[in-house]
Design a protein around this ligand. Structure first.
Ligand code: SF4
Length: 159
């Protein structure tokens, strides 16, 4: 089941979607989805007020969501309004399968129906030669075959 890894990839460009319309000055803000026009109030969790006050992330990721922050203490990315975040954020799951190397490090994600996102050259090669060439219309069977190939190649897989 999808579980956010706090890698920070998905929220890094969501500043193009969410804009703050009004800052109420008490860590709550009225925001607007620039595509749907939907407005709502979001509140920064009390435990994240200090982190929210830091804005260094926008030097590195100028398009990040206004509520997205990086915590240098634990090396993780945070949604500072997690409990009140917009519905599209609540519904979003960035992977169906997570691929790990034999040390347990994340090396790839199977996203949407059959898309691989990876920076591992060896995994990319296996995907190109053994998985992209699978001719299987049934998604369940395709998933099983894909997992089996990934396992055989020495990777672990989580769903
Ligand atoms: S509200 Fe939270 S989950 Fe949604 S884009 Fe912003 S930081 Fe990410």
């Amino acid at each position: 089941m999808f579980e956010c890894q706090q890698c920070g990839e998905c929220c890094s460009h969501l500043g193009l979607v969410f804009e703050i319309i009004e800052d109420y000055g008490d860590y709550s803000n009225l925001i607007r989805n620039q595509y749907t026009g939907l407005r709502q109030i979001v509140s920064v969790s009390e435990s994240l007020h200090m982190l929210y006050d830091l804005h260094d992330i926008f030097l590195e990721r100028p398009e990040a969501c206004p509520f997205f922050r990086f915590n240098t203490n634990d090396g993780l990315y945070y949604c500072t309004v997690h409990l009140t975040r917009p519905e599209i954020c609540q519904d979003y799951g960035c992977w169906r399968f997570l691929i790990l190397d034999n040390q347990g490090n994340r090396v790839g994600r199977v996203m949407e129906r059959r898309h691989l996102h990876t920076e591992s050259e060896s995994l990319e090669k296996i995907w190109e030669h053994c998985i992209r060439t699978l001719h299987e219309d049934d998604d369940e069977i395709w998933d099983r075959k894909m997992c089996s190939i990934i396992h055989t190649a020495g990777f672990k897989i989580r769903d």
